[in-house]
Design a protein around this ligand. Structure first.
Ligand SMILES: C[S@@+](CC[C@H](N)C(=O)[O-])C[C@H]1O[C@@H](n2cnc3c(N)ncnc32)[C@H](O)[C@@H]1O
Length: 209
């Protein structure tokens, strides 16, 4: 896994690059969590957002983080234990979620989507839709289409990579709508590149072909 080596220092690294507490609070604000909610954090890494979600839904609610990186999951469990936090962590990938249909009120996806090639993006969103309750919401925060031309000087090589190109071309909302989410909203940006989206699983059944 690409970021496994970073697991022991990942939380400190995030703070240093400016993705600390405030970024996490902003992400959770879009989730509108309530005590008692069941939350899934896909691609949870070391679980920083999962732990904050668990705090927001306690005492009855649950927050579960999944990640395919064994070092990330081990670190997430250690961090939660050290913080006395009840969040749970499981080794799994977003494209094959080990949960029954309609098991979660809210799904979080933070800085994970740009790691997935196009077909896995589609499979992952289908799985997220499946495990959400009707009316449940996905909060997705990730790299989007740069909001300032100077960013292109830095990010243009990533247009050549299948994982990052759809994000940079501004196609994340297209993927969300194609998976069957409606409405899909863009809720602002950080540094004119990290973008917050919310996407709702419709209450009525829609067939996506
Ligand atoms: C940049 S980290 C983000 C971690 C955390 N969500 C955060 O906001 O700090 C990206 C994470 O996505 C995970 N990841 C990569 N492919 C994945 C997949 N197919 N399903 C779920 N997670 C995946 C990686 O293992 C890594 O932990």
């Amino acid at each position: 896994m690409l970021l496994e080596w970073l697991a022991p220092v990942y939380d400190r690294y995030c703070k240093v690059i400016g993705l600390g507490e405030r970024f996490r609070t902003d992400t959770l604000r879009h989730a509108q969590l309530k005590p008692g909610d069941r939350v899934l954090d896909v691609g949870c890494g070391t679980g920083v957002l999962t732990r904050l979600a668990q705090d927001a839904v306690s005492p009855q609610g649950t927050a579960i983080g999944i990640d395919p990186g064994p070092a990330m999951i081990a670190q997430a469990r250690d961090n939660a234990r050290a913080a006395g936090n009840r969040a749970e962590f499981r080794l799994a990938a977003v494209e094959r979620l080990p949960f029954p249909d309609a098991s979660f009120d809210v799904v979080l996806s933070s800085l994970m989507f740009h790691h997935l090639p196009p077909e896995t993006k589609r499979e992952g969103l289908r799985e997220v839709l499946r495990v959400l309750i009707p009316g449940g919401r996905l909060v997705l925060v990730d790299v989007g289409k740069p909001g300032h031309f100077l960013w292109w000087l830095v990010v243009w090589p990533f247009l050549l990579m299948p994982m990052t190109a759809p994000n940079l071309r501004g196609e994340v909302p297209i993927y969300l709508s194609a998976a069957g989410f409606a409405p899909v909203e863009t809720n602002g940006m950080r540094w004119r590149i990290i973008t917050f989206w919310t996407a709702v699983k419709p209450k009525t059944n829609t067939v996506v072909t």
